[in-house]
Design a binder for this molecule. Structure first.
Ligand SMILES: Nc1ncnc2c1ncn2[C@@H]1O[C@H](COP(=O)(O)OP(=O)(O)OP(=O)(O)O)[C@@H](O)[C@H]1O
Length: 275
């Protein structure tokens, strides 16, 4: 059976003492595909890192497939986020077959070949001489190669062209429909996603504001626009509400802040203004 994701009363503080998450409660069923929605800084990455076990959550607050991911170091949990994208190996003069073999491609030859096909990867590419989007496709193939049970995806499809991203999303959907697995995906890009999620989680300032099945949100959109899908209009509506609730940035703690002089920032290689 696919793993469920259960979060109960999860609060998290960063090492500097600032609050990251406040009293998160979530129940994502086995086999679900959840979109994690929220403005920049809402806490999506922080939550995904805790779910993946990369950060220590307080005891008994997170259960993935019934176990604490930090304590058990779950085999079947794949977290693909920014640090993973920045891994320097994919910028060296190395070929695609070697890279895929290095992450166990030979153990899953059918899956490897399917990913190569879906992500439209050329096996003759050398990784120091590919475009950003081509590199990202190879990285996705590497990250998805081992058949995970839980995939935690922090927006890493920004460089993909529309067709590659659409194929990639269709592949993920097919995964949850054909084998026991569960996906949580944090994204700002809603293209090709209107029929994709089974569940939505809306975060704001480190809290979950709404969570539920797609069907439970159908009545929530006050205005439909000609440009967006229902999902797009719903997310826009949420983000506008969040901005209103938060208010403009820096009105209190930022008061009286001064900007550094041009001389002071010269050390960063910025051009000095003409005298
Ligand atoms: N190490 C840290 N120490 C203190 N504060 C942090 C740290 N990392 C992140 N934050 C703050 O926590 C908040 C949530 O950050 P997080 O990266 O989880 O947001 P996000 O929803 O993923 O945003 P985005 O959509 O921009 O990726 C932000 O306000 C951020 O400034």
């Amino acid at each position: 059976m696919a793993p469920s994701i259960e979060v109960q009363g999860l609060s998290y503080k960063f090492p500097d003492g600032s609050s990251g998450l406040k009293d998160i409660k979530l129940s994502l069923p086995p086999g679900s595909r959840t979109l994690l929605i929220g403005a920049n800084g809402a806490g999506k990455t922080t939550l995904l890192r805790l779910l993946s076990g990369k950060r220590l959550a307080p005891t008994d607050t997170v259960a993935v497939g019934g176990v604490d991911p930090f304590k058990e170091g779950l085999e079947g949990v794949t977290y693909l986020g920014v640090e993973w994208v920045l891994n320097s190996i994919v910028r060296t003069d190395i070929d695609v077959p070697t890279l895929l073999a290095s992450v166990g491609g030979d153990a899953f030859p059918e899956r490897r070949d399917e990913l190569i096909d879906i992500l439209d990867i050329d096996l003759n590419w050398r990784m120091h001489a590919v475009s950003d989007g081509e590199r990202r496709r190879v990285q996705l193939a590497m990250g998805l190669l081992r058949p995970w049970q839980v995939l935690l995806l922090d927006e890493i499809t920004v460089d993909l062209d529309l067709l590659s991203r659409s194929n990639f999303l269709a592949f993920l959907k097919q995964e949850t429909e054909t084998r026991a697995c569960t996906i949580v995906y944090a994204t700002h890009i809603l293209d090709n996603l209107s029929q994709w999620p089974t569940h939505l989680v809306h975060m704001h300032l480190g809290q979950v504001k709404q969570a539920g099945s797609m069907a439970s949100f159908e009545q929530e959109v006050p205005h439909r626009s000609a440009e967006n899908s229902l999902l797009g209009d719903l997310v826009l509506h949420w983000l506008k509400q969040d901005l209103q609730a938060r208010g403009p940035r820096g009105t209190k703690s930022g008061q009286g802040k001064t900007y550094p002089t041009a001389e002071a920032i010269g050390g960063y290689g910025l051009e000095k203004p003409p005298k």
